[in-house]
Design a protein. Sequence first.
Length: 547
Amino acid sequence: MSSPVLSVSDLSVEFWVDGVWYPAANHINCEVEAGQTLAIVGESGSGKSTVAMAIMSLLASNARVTGSVKVKGEEVLGAPIQKLQKYRGKEVSYIFQEPMTALNPVYTIGFQIMETLRNHFDMGPSEAKARAIELISLVEIPDPERSVDKYPHQLSGGQRQRAMIAQALACDPALLIADEPTTALDVTVQAEILDLMRGLRSRLNSGILLITHDMGVVADMADEIMVMQSGNMVEHGTADQIFNRPNHPYTQQLLASVPKLGSTTMRVLDASQAAAKPVLKLSNVTIEYPKRGRIPAFVAVEDFSLEIFPGEIVGLVGESGSGKTTVGRASIGLLPIKSGRLEVVGQDISGATNKELRQIRRNTGIVFQDPASSLNPRLPIGESIGEPLYLAGIAKDKELDKMVEDLLASVELPRSYRNRYPHELSGGQRQRVGIARALALTPDILIADEPTSALDVSVQARFLELLQDLQSKLKFACLFISHDLGVVDILSHRIAVMQNGRLVEVGNRDQILKNPQDPYTQRLLSAVPVPDPAEQKIRREARLASK
């Protein structure tokens, strides 16, 4: 019997920080056979990526790694750099979580794939380019002959992820390490990426080490699962065992946090709310991005109509580029509209001046997708939360301090956190700060733009509970923009579906999720992975058969 593609024995990782060794992974043991997928799951900080980076010997200089890592029976831990350079890319390839930062922005994707090929094989430029085009075609990036000369910023998120997969597969590696390969991708693009990885695994008989917090993706791909918590391996078994008969309380908690389509009671507005005037009303709105240099004017949203009533949460779903964020930003006056009518709290802001918009924005709030980039890194979070109150002239000095502390308490953060900076908080904590700031002026309408896309399932579950509690207390209306239909299912009274800048379907949860009328909505729902290996296999086969 041949040896495993990957064999990890008693692997431990520590980091030297301020004179102290901090453990990040403790005595990890696992194997990956050829043609097999092992998924490592757990929350942020559990040590998943640390283990993967240790396997590739890519950890920072302050790391201490002990134990054994064998690839095809050969020890690679502690190997000289010359050996590692031959091993990386050829025997083991890595698909990084964020392709925009992992791909070099100043080189075309074709050049970067060719560079990988020429580093490992005796290949001329023309032969390498032909192989690069072949690989780009294999990962189904449109128009490979032209795409080979495109830069990363000229591709969509899904296409950049495909380009990185093409580079990772250039040398037909024995082991592919995929670190959150589908995070922040639309469900339809995610399904295509997973189909692609599954097909390549079959074609090359490669082993895959999959790192993710998306249990639907795990159910779709994994043969075996290793669960990590605080640097420790707490459970290891087949996909069937982990999903259907989990033993460890942490695994049970992780699975219980996963949103399941149609598993919650449908939320219904009471009669008084439904009869009230809408807080947000878009009537035949068209939004156009103006011409910039050589880039022509672009209509992002066309003939869009939607109403949101007091206390109502409307989920807005669709693929990247469908116009969801554009609608959200226009709804609070951050983008002008070309035509139509846009009313916020009864006021038409279609042609409002900046002075009028400033007044209207006191009734609105927005939670951005990435809290790290939307919070000022130089300001303590207390100042970020208090800034809207101070600028609006509502409070200052001790009164402002008290209001900031109350807002922190409302999002379940300790009052002492007011003096911390954004980088000192976790992703979930930063997102809570974003909510506190958005709710500082007690808005009538809240725009939440993909606020859960990068959160672990358990952090996401707590975040959604918090948002529901705040919304039931404060009764604000909310436009919740997301590509995660499980999250939208939990929160929303109604769901609106967008495709290519147009509203294709709108209705209550049961109408959209159980009886969708538009073919696009049907395709969107069929692509959602469910956290059940047996059911997911049936769904995947049905989806592939319908293509």
